[in-house]
Design a protein around this ligand. Structure first.
Ligand code: IMP
Length: 423
C-alpha cells in the first residue's frame, strides 16, 4: 500500500493540521516527518480549538496510529503539555501515539543556544520561534545529538550532562545577555522525560515497512512550508529541516517509489512569520484586511504574520520541487469582500521579466508583476457544495489550475472541519 504526503507550499501556516484531520478517516497511520514544536497545527471541531505542535494531526481519531518520525525534533516539556491539552478528548496516547527511537530530543540548552544565536545576529536575526530547532538539528548533523532511544540506555544522564556542558560553553562564547535559570529548566525537562517514557518508543521505519506490507495506508504529515526548506527555501531565512517531499523519505524511512499522492496545501493569499524576503507582501489596507479577517497570528509564538497576495511564481516552484499531484486551497473565505484579488505571475528582476525564483529573493531590484481578478462578496462559510462557489472565485481557481496544471480538490472556507468543500 502506498504512502500519501501532505505538505505546505508557502512559508508555513497553510492549514495542514485541519486538512490532515479531515483526511485521517481514509488512513490507518498518520506520521509526522520533520520539524518540531516550531509548528502549530490548529484543529477546530465541535466548537473547540486545539493546537498541536509535535503530535500528528490525526490524534483525535482514536482508532488510528499516530507516529512521530525520526526526522522530528522533540521537546519533551512541550510534548507533555500537548498531551495534557488533548486529554479533554479522552485520547489514550498509550494506545495510539508512537515515537521513533531515532528522533532527536531538544534539550533546555538547545533552546538557550537558539536564543543566544538569534540575539547575536541583531537585525539580521532569522526570526526563529526560539524552540531550539536549529541547534538540535545542528547537533544531529554534527553527530552529537541526543536521541529518544538514548533514554533506554542506563548511562543516558552522563550523555546528557556532557552535551549540556558543551552547550553551556557555546552559550558563553556568544557573550550575550540571557535571563534564565538552567536549574529550573532542567528540573522541568527531567520531569517531562519521565512522562515521555510512558509513550511507545519504536523503530519507526520497521513499523512503517511492516504496515505497508500488510496493506495499511499511511499519510505523511509535513510541518512548516516549502519556502522554509533548508535547501530550497529562502535561505538563510528558513527552518533547519527538509520540509519538502524528499524530507518524508529521510524523516520516516519510506522509499521514494512508495509515494503515491502528494497533497500540496496553500492559502488563497500568502503569509510569512519571521524575517526574510516576501515579494508580494502588502503594507496597505488590503494586507491589514487579510491579517484581521484571517486572524493572522502565529499559532506557536502569537507573532503577527506578514500578509500579501498569492505568489504564483513561488507556488509553481514549490509544486515542481514536491511533485504535487493534488492541491488544496485554504482560507478562501478570508478574501470574500475584497473588490479585487491579485496574483503575482512574474517578477521583474535586474531589468528582465522572469518566471522562476531567482537565487536571491532579497535582491532589491525584484518586483512582483500582478494579474488582477474581480473579487467576490458572498459569505463562503455558509456554502455546502463546491458547485455553489461564486463565479469570480471560480475564475480565480480555474486560472490557478490552468497555470499549475494540477487540480484543486479542496477549497477550505473556514477553520472548522465542516467548512471544507470537495471538488
Ligand atoms: P525556527 O524553525 O524556529 O528556527 O524558525 C525559522 C524560521 O521559520 C522563522 O522565520 C520562523 O518564523 C519560521 N517558522 C518555523 N516554524 C514555522 C511554522 O510552523 N509556521 C510558520 N513559520 C515557521
Amino acid at each position: 500500500m502506498a504512502v500519501d504526503l501532505l505538505l505546505g507550499l508557502q512559508w508555513g501556516d497553510e492549514g495542514k493540521g485541519k486538512i490532515v484531520d479531515v483526511l485521517t478517516s481514509k488512513y490507518d497511520i498518520i506520521a509526522r516527518f520533520q520539524g518540531g514544536p516550531n509548528a502549530g497545527h490548529t484543529l477546530v471541531f465541535n466548537e473547540k480549538k486545539y493546537v498541536l505542535h509535535t503530535i500528528p494531526s490525526g490524534i483525535f481519531h482514536k482508532e488510528k496510529i499516530n507516529l512521530i518520525g525520526n526526522g522530528v525534533v522533540i521537546d519533551p516539556v512541550i510534548l507533555n503539555k500537548e498531551i495534557e491539552n488533548i486529554k479533554a478528548e479522552y485520547v489514550d496516547i498509550t494506545k495510539t501515539l508512537f515515537i521513533s527511537r531515532k528522533a532527536h530530543l531538544i534539550l533546555p540548552t538547545h533552546r538557550l543556544l537558539d536564543a543566544a544565536s538569534e540575539k547575536s545576529k541583531g537585525k539580521n536575526k532569522i526570526g526563529s520561534t526560539l524552540k531550539g530547532i536549529g541547534p538540535t538539528y545542528m547537533d544531529k548533523t554534527g553527530r552529537n545529538g541526543f536521541r529518544v532511544g538514548d533514554l533506554e540506555n542506563e548511562n543516558w544522564k552522563t550523555k546528557y550532562d556532557e552535551l549540556s556542558k558543551k552547550h553551556q560553553q557555546l552559550i558563553n562564547f556568544y557573550n550575550v545577555e540571557l535571563n534564565f535559570s538552567l536549574e529550573n529548566l532542567e528540573s522541568e525537562f527531567f520531569a517531562a522525560i519521565e512522562k515521555l517514557r510512558k509513550i511507545n518508543f519504536v523503530d519507526s521505519e520497521n513499523l512503517l515497512l511492516k504496515s505497508q506490507e500488510s496493506d495499511k495506508s499511511i499519510l505523511a504529515e509535513g510541518a512548516q512550508g516549502s519556502l522554509l526548506d533548508i535547501d530550497f527555501g529562502t535561505y538563510p531565512y528558513v527552518t533547519s529541516s527538509n520540509t519538502t517531499a524528499a524530507g518524508a523519505c529521510t524523516g520516516l524511512g519510506i522509499s521514494p517509489n512508495s509515494i503515491n499522492d502528494v497533497f500540496g496545501i496553500f492559502k488563497a493569499y500568502t503569509t510569512r512569520v519571521g524575517s526574510g524576503p516576501f515579494p508580494t507582501e502588502l503594507f496597505d489596507e488590503y494586507g491589514k484586511k487579510m491579517s484581521k479577517i484571517g486572524n493572522e497570528f502565529g499559532a506557536t509564538t502569537g507573532r503577527p504574520r506578514r500578509c500579501g497576495w498569492l505568489d504564483l511564481v513561488a507556488l509553481k516552484y514549490a509544486c515542481k520541487i514536491n511533485g504535487v499531484t493534488k492541491l488544496m486551497m485554504m482560507k478562501t473565505d478570508v478574501l470574500s469582500g475584497f473588490d479585487k484579488v491579485l496574483i503575482c505571475t512574474k517578477y521583474k528582476y535586474r531589468g528582465q521579466v522572469i518566471e522562476n525564483l531567482p537565487y536571491d529573493l532579497s535582491d532589491s531590484s525584484l518586483e512582483p508583476i500582478f494579474e488582477e481578478f474581480q473579487g467576490w462578496s458572498e459569505d463562503l462559510r455558509k456554502l455546502e457544495s463546491a458547485d455553489d462557489l461564486p463565479e469570480n472565485l471560480n475564475n480565480y481557481i480555474n486560472f490557478l489550475e490552468i497555470q499549475l496544471n494540477i487540480p484543486i480538490v479542496i477549497v477550505s472556507v473556514g477553520p472548522d472541519r465542516k467548512e471544507t468543500l470537495f471538488r
